[in-house]
Design a binder for this molecule. Structure first.
Ligand code: FEO
Ligand code: CA
Ligand code: CA
Length: 632
């Protein structure tokens, strides 16, 4: 989803950060690499000052990009930027559509109707709208794709451009959630297996169990569920995660935009303010047909959203579990890495301007083939604090450290807990991805026009510096860190910036981007992020597609591949008009890469994927090589 963060106020005091710089003798290889790779344009670009301390002093020489390109681990020729209304892949690759919004998952579901664009009943039997994060599960030779349906494009799904009836609301709620769908290859093309016993729609009305520290807390009790243990539905699930024990993680992001108040004078308290819950919703009108979205009548309902939801994709009868131990915020994705001792470590971003980066560490240990079902039920939660100079620290969110009454309260009011410990306000943390080849983790910081200008919603200052080096950041950057001793349990880490996005054809200063950004690979607003099995980093964008002014030459949203070792980045794919590219999954044989095309034509200028005069539809596509070779 595009910018939704709104910060108010004018406090800009600079918070002090701990200095944790090491002497050169103590530097790790990673830190030396970081300095070399990331000094870039600041050092080589003709003395351009790059603001704050993002670029470590005394940086060594950077390898010229021509040298980097020669040591290529890329199996494709780069794709030029474009503004076409289709998907563009490299020479020797091809793509096709697998599933579109409104495609029925069962033969008793209605075919998509471009006139009405479906009803509540048809949408409940069909693939949801605005597909985002996804994961593919292979079970006894069958392929089950779990896909988030983040939100609905009201201007597209409703012929009137907005919901007007109770059935419109029913359709909107059913367009959200998660689609679990078996897919199979026939004649070289992947397609939905209608009537598969694995097919399932999880919507804003599906019963969920609340687990973890906040389960049963008074702040979660409602008229329908006084105990605070069982809620209905999930919505605005953005990026995703998957666990080694075979479950899917849906991540509730802008959950606030669905609540409204039947009392226009209701006073909004600080806890609601912090999460953007207010008098009005964002146009979904859910409270008009379902009073649990009216915060006057059901003031605790918003406390039951904003969590990670764990789903068993192979058991359609299973109850999804809201994992409150992983905190409540505007979750982007949930990247799980196993520590050496088997504990599950989950890295998570909170995508709003000036919000934080989090880490969860399970109490229990993963045992292959064992009972891991409740590993995400209890553990420790941390927020990241970055220091200038390339060091950082995970600060535990405990009652002692935060001054909050209980772990339950920390898991409900997580943003306030992280503010209390002085976590670093970030430029909208989107997806996190852990390198499968080593203990190294990356996060897209998509952009933040408020950086250095406005505090976050909690009043925390957003000083320019550290991993957020540009005031009014329009292009975004990718930060990476390496836990000390290569151990995901470590609380200390070294960090650097893998890439600072920009436009070197328009700008010469900081907005030209880092040295590994060129006229040929430039992009803005990195969002989706995932490693392939070869340790290459795939980057998807959700940014400005005007192709004008500061974004001239960048074309539509796109997908790129980065080599973590050299810093080289190549464009692999360009999406259709007015889409964002989001969500990845590889087939088990690594010969197909599934990618999400979300909200093509969100401003009315696309007919993707069916062309002609058709209604634009979000879709999952499959990309393969013409020679049947491996992708990543
Ligand atoms: Fe739904 Fe942060 O993107
Ligand atoms: Ca996103
Ligand atoms: Ca985004």
């Amino acid at each position: 989803m595009h910018d939704t963060g709104r910060a108010e106020g004018n406090c800009l005091a600079t918070r002090g950060v701990d200095e944790m710089e090491k002497s050169p003798e103590e530097q790790t290889d990673f830190e030396r690499l970081a300095e070399r790779a990331l000094s870039r344009r600041a050092v080589l670009g003709g003395g351009v000052a790059f603001g704050a301390a993002a670029f470590v002093a005394g940086a060594g020489a950077l390898k010229p990009l021509a040298v980097l390109a020669n040591s290529s681990r890329f199996g494709f020729e780069p794709v030029p930027a474009n503004t076409l209304d289709t998907v563009t892949v490299p020479k020797g690759y091809r793509w096709h559509v697998v599933a579109r919004w409104g495609d029925p998952l069962w033969s008793d579901g209605a075919e998509f109707d471009p006139e009405t664009r479906g009803t509540g009943a048809s949408q409940e039997r069909a693939f949801g709208d605005n597909n985002d994060g996804m994961a593919l599960f292979t079970h006894r030779g069958r392929n089950v794709l779990a896909v988030n349906n983040e939100y609905v494009n009201r201007k597209i799904i409703y012929p009137a451009g907005k919901p007007e009836t109770a059935d419109d609301v029913r359709k909107g709620k059913a367009g959200h959630g998660v689609s679990v769908v078996e897919i199979a290859q026939r004649g070289g093309r992947w397609a939905i297996v209608r009537d598969s016993p694995f097919n399932r729609r999880i919507t804003a009305d599906t019963p969920m169990e609340i687990t973890g520290p906040a389960r049963g807390h008074a702040l979660l009790g409602t008229a329908a569920d006084p105990e605070g243990v069982r809620s209905l539905g999930t919505w605005n699930d953005c990026g995703n995660g998957r666990t080694p024990w075979g479950t899917y993680l849906a991540c509730e992001e802008n959950f606030n935009g669905y609540f409204s108040s039947s009392d226009p004078d209701l006073e909004i308290g600080p806890a609601f303010e912090r999460y953007g819950i207010g008098l009005k919703d964002w146009g979904y009108a859910w409270a008009s047909a379902d009073e649990r979205f009216d915060i006057v009548k059901h003031p605790n309902e918003p406390n039951r959203a904003g969590y990670i939801v764990e789903i068993d994709p192979l058991d359609p009868a299973s109850t999804p579990r809201k994992r409150t131990a992983l905190g409540r915020f505007k979750h982007e994705n949930a990247e799980l890495a196993l520590a050496d001792d088997g504990r599950a470590v989950v890295y998570m971003g909170d995508d709003e301007r000036g919000e934080f980066l989090y880490k969860f560490v399970s109490d229990g240990r993963y045992v292959e083939g064992g009972d891991n079902a409740d590993l995400l039920e209890s553990g420790k939660l941390f927020a990241a604090k970055f220091a200038d100079g390339g060091r950082g620290e995970w600060i535990g969110l405990t009652p002692e450290a935060t001054g909050m009454a209980s772990q339950a309260e920390i898991c409900i009011h997580t943003r306030m807990a992280a503010s209390a410990v002085g976590a670093t306000t970030m430029d909208r943390p989107e997806w996190v991805a852990a390198n499968p080849k080593k203990a190294e983790v990356y996060c897209c910081l998509t952009n933040n026009k408020n950086r250095g200008k406005k505090p976050n919603k909690g009043g925390d200052p957003t000083p320019v510096g550290g991993p957020n080096p540009r005031a009014g950041n329009l292009y975004g950057q990718i930060v990476r860190w390496r836990p000390d001793s290569g151990d995901h349990l470590a609380t200390g880490f070294a960090w650097d910036l893998y890439v600072v996005a920009g436009n070197p054809t328009v700008h010469t200063g900081a907005d030209a981007g880092s040295k590994n950004v060129t006229a040929d690979n430039m992009f803005n607003s990195p969002d989706g992020l995932a490693f392939d099995g070869n340790g290459m980093l795939w980057i998807q964008t959700d940014g400005k597609y005007t192709d004008k002014d500061g974004f001239a030459g960048q074309g539509n949203n796109q997908m790129l591949v980065g080599d973590p070792a050299t810093g080289e980045i190549r464009r692999f794919m360009v999406g259709p008009k007015e889409c964002e590219v989001t969500g990845f999954a590889w087939s088990r044989d690594r010969r197909t890469l599934f990618v999400g095309i979300q909200h093509p034509g969100e401003k009315g200028n696309s007919h993707f994927p069916d062309g002609g005069n058709s209604v634009p539809r979000s879709a999952v596509i499959a990309i393969g090589r013409e020679d049947g070779g491996l992708i990543g």
